[in-house]
Design a protein around this ligand. Structure first.
Ligand SMILES: NC(=O)c1ccc[n+]([C@@H]2O[C@H](COP(=O)([O-])OP(=O)(O)OC[C@H]3O[C@@H](n4cnc5c(N)ncnc54)[C@H](O)[C@@H]3O)[C@@H](O)[C@H]2O)c1
Ligand SMILES: [Zn+2]
Ligand SMILES: [Zn+2]
Length: 352
C-alpha cells in the first residue's frame, strides 16, 4: 500500500521510505506502510540491496511476471531489529542475508525436495514486493547468518544461481568446465566451479567480464568474439571438449554451442532464459549421450556454499561491484543503467 504526503519516520511508526516502480520506466522513492512481523518473522533494517539484470528487466517492463506498482529488491543485506521466539539463533543486531524465494510445499518440485524450482514460487521484488525499503519482515527460515560484511552479504544471493547450476552439473575436481557468459549469473558459476577445484574456462565477448572471471577462479578465458570458440576449447581439452558446459546468456547460438562443444557423455546446464525458440541438431543429444539439465534459482545448500566461499575470501567482491548509490539516488541510477547497460556491472543501494 502506497501513500504519499506523510514524512517518513523510523520503526515503531507507520511509514517508511521505499523505491517503487510505478510503471515501466518510472521509479521513485515513496512513503509506504511499515512491514509488520508476523509469527515466525524477523524484522530487518535493510542496509544494502544489490540490483541485477532481472531488476533492470522489471524497470523496463520486460518481465512478464512483474505487475506494477512494484518494490524491487531481492539481493539483501540487513540487520535484525526485531527477533522471533521461533528462531532463537537469530538475535537483534545480527547482520544477515536472505533467500528471496517461496515454496508451496505441494507441487512436484517441492515434494521432490527441489523447492528452488517450485511451480508457485514468488520471488521478492518480482511476484511480490521486495526489499528496496527501510525495513522488511522475513520468515526466520529464510534468513542466513554469516561472518561477512554487508557488501559480501548482499552478493550471496546473486552468486547462488551459478552455484546451483554447478551442483546440477555435478562438477568435481578434475573436470574441465566451460561457462558461456560471465555476466552477473555466469560469474557465480565460474566461482563455484573454481571453488570445487574444476579447471574452469570463462567465455564471453566483453574483456572486463573475462578479467573478472579470471579473478573469480577461471584458469582460462576465451573471447568468443575475437577467438574461435571451437578451436580454443579443443586445444584446451586435448580435442575432447569440456566435461561440462554451463550456458548463462540465453541466446540460440550459445544454447547450441553448449551441445556442440561439450565432450561425449558430458553435461550441459542451462541457466539462461532463451527469449526465442532454439533449433537443435538433436542427433548430438543421442550420439554424445548427453545429460542436458535446466537450473533455476537456488537451494539452501547453495546459499551455505556461497557463504563458505565468501568467508574464505575466494571472490573479488570489490571488483564485482561497479556502483554504490543511496536510496534517493537509486531512481536516477536505474535510468542511467537502462540507458547504457554496458557501463554497469553491479549496482548496490546503500540504505545506511
Ligand atoms: N535460471 C535462473 O534461475 C536464472 C536466474 C537469473 C537470471 N537468469 C538468466 O541468466 C541469463 C544471464 O543473466 P545475467 O544477469 O548474468 O545477464 P548479463 O547480461 O549480466 O550477462 C550476460 C553475459 O553474456 C555475455 N554475452 C552476450 N552475448 C554473448 C555471446 N554471443 N557470446 C558470449 N558471451 C556473450 C555478456 O557480455 C555478459 O557478460 C539471462 O538469460 C537471465 O534471464 C536465469
Ligand atoms: Zn538478482
Ligand atoms: Zn512448490
Amino acid at each position: 500500500m502506497t501513500k504519499r504526503g506523510s514524512a517518513p519516520v523510523r520503526i515503531g511508526a507507520t511509514w517508511m521510505k521505499a523505491l517503487a516502480m510505478r510503471k515501466p520506466g518510472e521509479a521513485r522513492v515513496e512513503t509506504v506502510t511499515d512491514p509488520v512481523a508476523a509469527h515466525g518473522d524477523v524484522l530487518l533494517k535493510v542496509r544494502r540491496i544489490g540490483l541485477c539484470g532481472s531488476d533492470l528487466n522489471s524497470f523496463r517492463g520486460r518481465n512478464p511476471m512483474v505487475s506494477y506498482p512494484r518494490i524491487p529488491g531481492h539481493e539483501v543485506a540487513g540487520t535484525i531489529v526485531e527477533a522471533s521466539a521461533l528462531h532463537p539463533h537469530l538475535t537483534v543486531g545480527m547482520d544477515v542475508t536472505l533467500s528471496p524465494y517461496t515454496e508451496c510445499g505441494k507441487c512436484a518440485s517441492c515434494l521432490r525436495g527441489r523447492s528452488n524450482a517450485c511451480q508457485f514460487n514468488e520471488t521478492l521484488g518480482v511476484q511480490r514486493d521486495g526489499a528496496l525499503a527501510e525495513y522488511i519482515a522475513v520468515p526466520g527460515g529464510k534468513i542466513y547468518t554469516a561472518n561477512l560484511s554487508l557488501k559480501d552479504l548482499c552478493l550471496v544471493e546473486p552468486l547462488t544461481v551459478g552455484f546451483h547450476a554447478v551442483a546440477r552439473g555435478r562438477v568435481a575436481a578434475g573436470d574441465t568446465v566451460a561457462i558461456i557468459g560471465c555476466g552477473g549469473v555466469g560469474l557465480g558459476a565460474v566461482a563455484a566451479s573454481g571453488f570445487r577445484g574444476a579447471r574452469t574456462i570463462g567465455v564471453d565477448v566483453d574483456d572486463a567480464k573475462l578479467h573478472l572471471a579470471r579473478r573469480a577462479g577461471a584458469a582460462e578465458v576465451i573471447h568468443s568474439g575475437r577467438e574461435d570458440l571451437h578451436a580454443r576449447l579443443q586445444e584446451l581439452t586435448g580435442g575432447r571438449g569440456p566435461d561440462a558446459i554451463i550456458e548463462a546468456i540465453g541466446l540460440p547460438q550459445t544454447f547450441r554451442a553448449a551441445v556442440e562443444e561439450v565432450a561425449f557423455t558430458g553435461r550441459v546446464v542451462y541457466i539462461g532464459y532463451a527469449k526465442e525458440p532454439v533449433a537443435y541438431e538433436t542427433r548430438l543429444f543421442v550420439q554424445k549421450e548427453l545429460d542436458i539439465l535446466g537450473s533455476r534459482n537456488a537451494l539452501p545448500e547453495d546459499f551455505r556454499q556461497v557463504i563458505a566461499m565468501l568467508e574464505a575470501e575466494r571472490f573479488p567482491v570489490e571488483e564485482a561491484v561497479s556502483h554504490t548509490v543511496s536510496l534517493d539516488e537509486a531512481p536516477a541510477a536505474l535510468n542511467a543503467w537502462s540507458a547504457n547497460p554496458a557501463a554497469f556491472s553491479k549496482i548496490m543501494v546503500d540504505l545506511g
